[in-house]
Write a protein that binds this ligand. Structure first.
Ligand code: HEC
Length: 221
């Protein structure tokens, strides 16, 4: 009565074949996902912006446009909407100028270690407000930020805050003065404006342009 049991679960060739198939399918899937991601995260061009073609990451010259944040019913969250042209610090920036400015802003954010306290695109800390959509915070709008008077534009209000945060406390926790120069502040504001135009699938979720926030409400740290 020594009949061999031929269960497939104990068959070594079966497991070898399965492993080869799973590896093969996963490899094809990962290659496809890599190409898909690469096309999604490719930075857009100035021509695309001019034609109103929206890319997930717009060209640096998006700083020359008005950026709105609107609820998209189909997607179930807010998305950046690139609108009409508007000056940034009083002018329109060429492709090269805008790219150089963003580069300086990024380097300054690293040199001053904003991520030590803030989160940018999902990286960083939660000691201070998430900066991914900071540009869209209604409190910067046209000089209405509490305490910042005489600043005609949003970018001037933000730059003033960055250079002297101790003069414009908006939360119980204060941001220290990081000795940011005027040039650095302009570059940082450009960096933040560009970042706010990136389609992040609605992240951070707790960012909202609600009345509460407008009145300086609390953040979900
Ligand atoms: C030591 C911690 C710390 C560091 C480093 C820091 N911040 Fe802040 N920041 C804060 C705190 C705390 C607040 C909230 C206080 C306030 O608004 O007065 C804040 C607020 C802000 C705001 C207002 C956010 C909003 O939407 O209301 C901006 C913009 C900002 N920081 C930008 C920066 C940038 C850019 C850097 C890097 C150059 C930086 N911060 C580095 C602590 C920090």
């Amino acid at each position: 009565m020594s009949k061999k049991s031929a269960s497939v679960w104990t068959s070594i060739p079966f497991w070898r074949r399965s492993a080869a198939w799973v590896t093969g399918v996963a490899t094809v899937l990962l290659i496809w996902l890599t190409f898909d991601t690469m096309s999604q995260i490719r930075m857009g061009t100035d021509e695309e912006l001019a034609k109103g073609i929206t890319r997930r990451i717009p060209a640096p010259t998006v700083i020359n446009y008005h950026i709105d944040y609107k609820y998209d019913k189909k997607r179930g969250h807010e998305v950046p909407v690139i609108g009409e042209k508007e000056n940034f610090f009083g002018k329109q920036w060429s492709g090269e100028e805008a790219a150089a400015l963003l580069h300086k802003g990024k380097l300054t954010s690293q040199a001053k270690n904003c991520m030590d306290c803030h989160t940018l695109l999902g990286n960083g800390a939660y000691y201070a407000p998430d900066l991914t959509k900071a540009w869209l915070d209604p409190k910067w709008n046209d000089g209405t930020m509490e305490g910042i008077t005489g600043k005609e534009t949003k970018e001037e209000a933000m730059a003033a805050f960055l250079m002297h945060p101790e003069m414009y406390p908006t939360h119980a926790r204060m941001m220290p003065n990081l000795k940011i120069t005027r040039d650095e502040a302009v570059a940082l504001v450009a960096f933040l404006k560009h970042m706010s135009a990136i389609d992040t699938n609605g992240f951070p979720r707790n960012f909202s342009q609600s009345e509460k926030r407008l009145k300086g409400g609390t953040y979900a740290f």
